[in-house]
Design a protein around this ligand. Structure first.
Ligand code: SR1
Ligand code: MG
Length: 418
């Protein structure tokens, strides 16, 4: 066992050790533990005992992918635990089972999802998941609706907001890495495919239309406390197999705009799509499957979210006492359709910000980074950036996903590709 895995195990409280023992059998001296994480933020240990295995997710007092020069609150695991707990009240089948939260060691003991893989890895290998869109839209519709003013009383929602307001460090990462750094050249942690994207990075840093658009979206991220969002819902935060979908890693959870979750998910399907030509290992039909997912995710989400308005609307957003029987249906219908139109606009905008920051910012995605040939990679990334800029600046011109998908072939060549 490595010294770091040994340190993680020995840091756990006797109660956590007892819970693990009940789950996997034996005692710590009979267990093997290894660090298996490749994420940006935390340490992940797999602990194997005579009767099974568990996963331990432990925070270190800094950002894993940067090191001790970027200190980070250990409380992030507390917020992740609380978000899993809150979301499990409405969508437990899409979440990992949590056995213990060990506050003193900033560790969480969880189900080891050995039969699932990270969705991003599946996408890079060209694997289709026929149930995914159904599952993830069920998860998003329920977690967003039931934690919002559409369902909760203002008091109950404010109590939740108060708790998650303290997730300041993780929100600050997003505020800087998504909404600021990709649009300025002085951010020392930015990186991009060079020299292929040098000119584009320069343009993004000096483009007033982009700066105006990104400021509008940042204002929503800072001020639109609509629902308890996952906060980092990319394809690396989702584990899948042919039958199940599990959403992991909500350490960025806070009360924020619903479109941030929807948009990040859509963005990562777009990034998967734009990377396919460069990865060059999957059949061309797979690109079609990825774009179909974008369409299905939005349309299924709208259907499920709308159904919840019909069945569960009871929060302070639209109180029943405001409505009269003669116009009730008309008012609800209009308010809902305006709400969804605004949510669509937000989702497109946030999708664009995610695509841009994954190419020009600090934290990239393997879909693009693993394109070995730098010229091919720069070309794939240029296409993604071109689409993202169009979406970010002109998102109000798009009313539905088919229009967005049509835009791919129609947008003007904004700069010469390398
Ligand atoms: C510095 S942390 C970089 C990124 O990793 C996480 O998964 C979030 O996406 C964050 O922005
Ligand atoms: Mg994560």
């Amino acid at each position: 066992m490595s010294s770091i895995a040994f340190a993680a195990l020995t840091s756990l409280s006797p109660q956590s050790i007892a819970l693990i023992s009940a789950e996997i059998g034996g005692t710590p001296d009979s267990w093997t533990a290894s660090e298996i994480g490749d994420g940006n933020v935390n340490m992940i240990f797999r602990v194997v005992g005579p009767r099974g295995q568990v996963l331990i997710k432990q925070a270190v007092p800094y950002l894993r992918c940067v090191g001790e020069s970027w200190p980070l609150s250990l409380r992030r695991n507390f917020f992740e635990y609380k978000a899993l707990e809150a979301h499990a009240a409405f969508a437990p089948q899409y979440l990992p089972r949590v056995m213990a939260f060990d506050e003193t060691s900033a560790a969480m003991v969880m189900e080891f999802l050995g039969d699932h893989i990270i969705l991003r890895k599946g996408v890079m290998r060209g694997v289709s998941y026929p149930k995914f869109a159904e599952h993830i839209t069920d998860y998003m519709a329920k977690t967003l609706f039931f934690t919002s003013d559409l369902f909760l009383s203002a008091g109950a929602k404010k109590a939740q907001m108060r708790l998650f307001c303290e997730n300041v460090d993780l929100c600050k990462i997003t505020e800087d890495l998504i909404f600021t750094d990709p649009y300025r050249l002085g951010a020392d942690k930015n990186r991009w495919t060079s020299p292929g994207l040098d000119a584009i990075a320069q343009r993004f840093a000096t483009d007033p239309e982009l700066k105006i658009a990104i400021t509008e979206l940042k204002a929503k991220f800072l001020g639109s406390a609509e629902a308890l969002i996952h906060g980092d819902l990319h394809t690396g935060s989702i584990m899948v197999n042919q039958d199940e979908t599990k959403v992991i890693d909500p350490e960025f959870a806070f009360y924020g705009p619903m479109g941030f979750d929807v948009g990040l998910l859509l963005a990562n399907f777009f990034l998967g799509y734009y990377s396919q030509a460069g990865l060059g290992c999957n059949p061309v039909e797979y690109e079609t499957w990825l774009l179909e997912q974008v369409d299905e995710i939005w349309s299924k989400f709208v259907r499920k979210f709308s159904a919840l308005w019909d069945e569960q609307l009871q929060g302070d957003y639209l109180p029943a006492r405001l409505l009269t029987s003669d116009s009730r249906a008309q008012v609800i219908e209009r308010v809902r359709s305006d709400y969804l139109a605004r949510l669509f606009d937000d989702s497109l905008g946030f999708a664009a910000t995610e695509m841009i920051r994954r190419i020009l910012g600090l934290a990239h995605v393997a879909d693009m980074d693993e394109i070995a040939d730098p010229t091919a990679r720069a070309l794939c990334e240029t296409r993604a950036l071109t689409a993202a800029r169009e979406l970010l600046v002109n998102r109000d011109k798009y009313a539905d996903i088919p229009q967005v998908l049509g835009m791919r072939s129609e947008f003007p060549v904004w700069w010469a590709c390398p």
